[in-house]
Design a protein around this ligand. Structure first.
Ligand code: G3H
Ligand code: 13P
Ligand code: ZN
Length: 308
């Protein structure tokens, strides 16, 4: 069935592992992810961004996820990723989503609280859980000074106050990750000290790590080998994801790694078989690449295998 993440996060928190939250945009992406979770007997979060809703249309994505639930028998959370206002959250709640993110991170503290509270009230009345965000995710380069970093990264005391005042179910934090394929210019670095402090002040609040793709070098290399041009792409090393999962991070958001896996596989088909033009012949391998990559993550990085 479609479920909320409440029990998933409790178990993950206690077990020191994390649940993968994968962005979905079409059928092949959904199938690849769900196949992997099924083989690994893993809980699963499928998340839909505003851009995904615009690309595929809301009803297609919802029906595809419903089909995945029915076909796989898995417990799946259907989550809105980065809802920017009350209206989109309400729309998704009314549509049957079991979880929504209200991303008020760009607003001042008090406005973020007010907006989040409004969504929490509406969602909880309908049995839906809410993720909010405090701190700014934008890429932090090595040369930013401490006060700039303090302004962008999640402040632990504010985080405690935020969760207490909003009643939110989980909190996305900023500790040095960023969205996309170019997360670090030099050595990858996350502020684990800050994460530990947040976890101490907020015991039992599930934390969420956005921008958590590893940007797997094998897929970057394949893309570049088969005609792509994505030099210098770098993500969060797998060990850092494991460490975060030990420190209260229960939800790990992954989109870029899906994009890279699928694109690498499709590029390879195009270069090796220039006469091929049946979409199934390249979308199929794209789907397989996603499945294998997700299975690796679930089993070797997130640690959510056999946790149903
Ligand atoms: O957080 C961003 C996710 O990767 C979703 O990206 O807004 O292009 O669908 P998108
Ligand atoms: P990545 O770009 O690292 O995959 O992050 C995805 C994300 O945070 C979606 O909300
Ligand atoms: Zn995100």
């Amino acid at each position: 069935p479609l479920v909320t993440s409440t029990k998933m996060f409790q178990d993950a928190y206690a077990g020191g592992y994390a649940i993968g939250a994968f962005n979905v945009n079409n059928m092949e992406i959904i199938q690849g992810i769900v196949d992997a979770a099924k083989e690994e007997k893993s809980p699963l979060i499928l998340q839909v961004s505003a851009g995904a809703r615009k690309y595929a249309s809301p009803i297609y994505l919802r029906k595809l996820v419903e089909a995945a639930v029915e076909d796989s028998g898995l417990h799946i959370v259907l989550h809105l990723d980065h809802g920017e206002d009350f209206e989109i959250c309400k729309m998704c709640i009314d549509d049957g989503f079991t979880s929504v993110m209200i991303d008020g991170s760009k607003h001042p503290f008090e406005e973020n609280i007010a907006l989040t509270k409004k969504v929490v009230e509406y969602a909880h009345a309908k049995g839906v859980v809410v993720e909010a965000e405090l701190g700014k995710l934008a890429g932090i380069e090595d040369d930013v000074n401490v006060s700039e970093k303090d302004a962008a990264f999640t402040d632990p005391d504010q985080a405690a106050e935020f969760v207490e005042r909003t009643g939110v179910d989980s909190l996305a934090i900023a500790i040095g990750t960023s969205h996309g394929a170019y997360k670090f210019k030099g050595e990858p670095k996350l502020d684990f000290q800050r994460l530990e402090t947040i976890t101490k002040l907020l015991p039992n609040t599930p934390l969420v790590l956005h921008g958590a793709s590893t940007v797997l070098p094998e897929f970057v290399a394949l893309c570049n080998q088969y005609g792509g041009n994505i030099p210098g792409a770098q993500g969060v090393p797998e060990d850092m994801i494991r460490q975060a999962a030990q420190l209260g991070v229960c939800k790990v958001n992954i989109d870029t790694d899906l994009r890279l896996a699928m694109t690498a596989a499709i590029r390879k088909v195009f270069v090796e078989n220039p006469s091929e033009f049946d979409p199934r012949k390249y979308l199929g391998p794209g789907r397989t690449a996603i499945k294998e990559m997700v299975q690796h993550k679930i089993r070797n990085v997130l640690g959510s295998s056999n946790r149903l």
